[in-house]
Design a protein around this ligand. Structure first.
Ligand code: TYD
Length: 211
């Protein structure tokens, strides 16, 4: 059995990740591949419970507890859904993964990158996607999109101030510069169709590599 491929989508608020994850899954399924679409935090019943602890309004956990909870949710998600799916030959498309913890709790919150990677090693044996698509949008495009999406209010982390989100964006940018083999930059400023086409050109390379 050939192991499936693991694709993660990353980016800041309003980047269009969820739409692109769906379009990517549809395209892969149309090619006859078995695909699992999932998201973080979440993806399993336990991880979805942790998600509501993390994102509901209120004081919420402190920074270290927050990082531990994201890592715990991820550990359950990897053990119960991601690893078994990959082992049975399915492709997994995940809306956010460990690089979100590195960018938000690390870049945004200030925890050392090494600590986040240590938690990931403990929780999830350090599993990394085959490719991580960083969808990049200009701040004004992102702001216009989140204004529509979050008209009724944003979640506890999405609602943090602009300086926090600027540090998140800088962190993502740094990861791509430092780890170019793991990432592909995707311009997300255009229409969903244009962004999808850019993603498919990266995925074609991955498919070719898997044969
Ligand atoms: P979600 O509703 O999925 O937001 P988005 O549509 O922006 O992806 O909420 C996820 C929020 O959790 C988002 O603000 C990013 C944050 N997050 C972290 O801070 N660390 C993490 O490890 C993950 C996976 C998400």
């Amino acid at each position: 059995m050939t192991r499936g491929r693991f694709v993660a989508l990353e980016g800041g608020e309003g980047a269009g990740k969820s739409t692109q994850a769906r379009l990517l899954c549809d395209a892969l399924a149309a090619r006859g591949l078995e695909v699992v679409l999932t998201r973080e935090p979440g993806g399993t019943p336990l991880a979805e419970q942790i998600r509501s602890m993390l994102l509901s309004e209120g004081d919420g956990p402190n920074l270290r507890t927050e990082a531990l909870l994201f890592a715990a949710a991820r550990a359950d998600h990897v053990a119960r859904l991601i690893e078994p799916s990959l082992a049975s030959g399915k492709w997994v498309v995940c809306d956010r993964f460990v690089d979100s913890s590195r960018a938000y709790q690390g870049g945004g919150g200030g925890l050392p990158d090494e600590d986040i990677l240590t938690l990931h090693r403990i929780g999830s044996a350090g599993l990394l996607p085959d490719v991580t698509l960083l969808i990049e949008v200009d701040p004004d495009v992102a702001a216009a999109r989140t204004a529509v999406r979050d008209a009724a209010g944003s979640d506890r982390i999405g609602g943090r101030d602009a300086a926090y989100h600027a540090r998140v964006a800088e962190a993502f940018d740094r990861f791509v510069e430092n780890e170019p083999d793991r990432f592909a930059r995707i311009d997300g400023n255009g229409s969903p169709e244009q962004t999808h086409a850019s993603i498919m050109s990266v995925i074609e390379g991955l498919e070719a590599g898997s044969s």
